[in-house]
Design a protein around this ligand. Sequence first.
Ligand code: SF4
Ligand code: SF4
Length: 110
Amino acid sequence: MERTHPCLQCGACCAHFRVSFYWAEPVPEKFTEKLNAHRSYMRGTDSPVSPRCVALQGEVGGRVNCGIYEDRPSPCRDFEASYETGVENPRCAIARASKGLPPLSAEDWK
Ligand code: SF4
Ligand code: SF4
């Protein structure tokens, strides 16, 4: 049986960090806000209290999905889950911890 990708049962990074990127990236505009002259960010991710990208569907820590997966900005494409390629990503662990989730380990990819 195929295992569910750990990120599809998490989504913590989409609800913890401000996700900003070069303004000209082809991300659907209605999901973005202007940060400054050069950068935009995913709407909802700059909340100081409860950040959450407006494109994130589902429940963090439950079943989640990026609603604009094919059009997501570069920081989302570049963000690697810990040990997905064999290396730890401390920011993945930080995001998960903020939602009460344990850090991923190499075991999660076996
Ligand atoms: S915090 Fe890590 S495990 Fe969770 S969705 Fe982001 S990359 Fe995936
Ligand atoms: S665009 Fe998708 S992957 Fe990026 S923060 Fe939003 S929901 Fe997460």
